[in-house]
Design a protein around this ligand. Structure first.
Ligand SMILES: NC(=O)c1ccc[n+]([C@@H]2O[C@H](COP(=O)([O-])OP(=O)(O)OC[C@H]3O[C@@H](n4cnc5c(N)ncnc54)[C@H](OP(=O)(O)O)[C@@H]3O)[C@@H](O)[C@H]2O)c1
Length: 187
């Protein structure tokens, strides 16, 4: 981010405002998408990866050892030394935000548990994509659908939330559709 500097627990904006880093837990952190989340977040000026979670196969191991060999080498020592934990609200060290890269066949109830405990969950899994009150968000295209979260919280009676994204093929296509829609005289 232009004009921003980071320190260990906060970042200072171009207006000189000091903001606390948002603490992030990544579920499914040892998988293909989870590793991408970690790579994008660990040096991001707004976020701090404070918990990584995966299956029993990985739980208890340092993250850098739990990811498939060679993939762990690029991880910073701070994240690399985090112990992998089970995907429960109690285990993830009180994050501000949860990113989920869990397999779709198990993500549904786990993500709901986090939302019920008050955590905002942003998921790559398909489990909740078709729920009527869950935003299926592609921010450049439909950011206003975030407004659904009020309904979701009311209907589900939880303080957290679940937000999903489209699968990668659809996400790319939607950008093109949006451009097409914005043309005055499409051919
Ligand atoms: N939106 C998109 O564009 C997009 C693109 C690709 C994938 N996805 C979705 O993202 C999700 C992850 O995909 P992936 O390809 O990264 O999968 P993956 O490589 O198989 O990784 C699965 C992750 O989930 C963990 N896991 C598996 N079973 C578990 C259990 N019972 N309890 C707790 N953790 C468990 C695995 O931990 P271990 O390593 O310990 O087994 C691993 O960290 C899927 O839902 C997929 O459909 C979305």
């Amino acid at each position: 981010m232009e004009g921003e500097t980071t320190s260990s627990n906060s970042h200072s904006t171009s207006l000189g405002v000091e903001l606390a880093l948002r603490r992030v837990a990544v579920l499914g952190a040892t998988g293909m998408m989870g590793q991408t989340f970690v790579r994008l977040l660990e040096h991001h000026p707004w976020f701090q990866v404070t918990a990584v979670s995966a299956s029993d196969r990985s739980v208890g191991r340092p993250y850098s050892e739990a990811v498939p060999s060679s993939n762990g080498t690029g991880v910073s020592s701070i994240v690399g030394n985090l112990p992998v934990v089970v995907p429960t609200p109690q285990a993830v060290n009180d994050p501000d935000i949860v990113f989920s890269a869990l397999p779709a066949d198990i993500a549904g109830p786990i993500e709901e548990k986090f939302a019920r405990e008050g955590f905002p969950v942003f998921s790559n899994a398909s489990s909740h994509r078709m729920d009527p009150d869950v935003p299926l968000l592609n921010p450049e295209v439909n950011s206003s659908h975030g407004g659904l979260l009020d309904q979701q919280r009311k209907r589900k009676k939880w303080d957290g939330c679940i937000v999903t994204n489209p699968n990668c093929t659809t996400a790319t296509l939607l950008h093109l559709c949006k451009l097409y829609q914005e043309q005055d005289t499409p051919e």
